[in-house]
Design a protein around this ligand. Sequence first.
Ligand SMILES: [Ca+2]
Ligand SMILES: [Ca+2]
Length: 245
Amino acid sequence: MKIRFYLISILLMAVSFPQPSPPQNLTITEIWSAIFLEWDAPEGEVIDQYNIYRDGEHLDSIEYTNYSDYYVIHDIEYCYVITSVNGEGESVPSNMVCGEWSLPVPFIDRYVTYDESIYIHWEIEETVVGAFSIYRDGDLLGAVEPTVRSYQDYNVSMDDEYCYNLTAEYVEGSSELSNTICAIPQFCPLQGDINFDGSLNVLDIVLNVNCILYDSMCPCGDLDGNGLIDILDIVQLVNEITGGN
Ligand SMILES: [Ca+2]
Ligand SMILES: [Ca+2]
């Protein structure tokens, strides 16, 4: 008897409330300061509006099949589902999509150690940065202008290790922390003397080329002192060895 009652109830519900079908193919695109949603209407059905749910809560209702959510904070993930609504009621939810928009994060791409300083250099994708904040061992060292891409820390002691990372500062807030590099200031008695044997020869050229190839820390490899070990330093080293200039 009970089972029959339930069967009849379900049948009645199916007949009385033919819910609309849910939206199809919900996709998410993260753009600066916003999240863009797009979906397809259920085929062959008249839909009056779509309800947008964010993290389980009703966010908005619209007639169109796309939506831009501007009330999103950077570097926080949001999950969305959409339902179809018409005179018959509300559909079950669409597929769920999740996404976040992130403030571009700087990347420390190289560093050079000197006996009295550590030089770091970074890159960031082209964007509107207000400043960069430099951190050493978790403490704020200072901030630099948005066009600057390097920092030289002179407040170091030889043989101590220092770890650096940074954030980009935007109107919208701070980016996540960049990668971290750790370096030990090292005394360089003779620029170009990569193996510290007191003289410059062809072995130093080979070692300095390896410094470039393996992007490794070579205290005496930056002959022209521009914070970057590259082919110009090799040329200068060759000139020093051959007596050129
Ligand atoms: Ca040498
Ligand atoms: Ca150089």
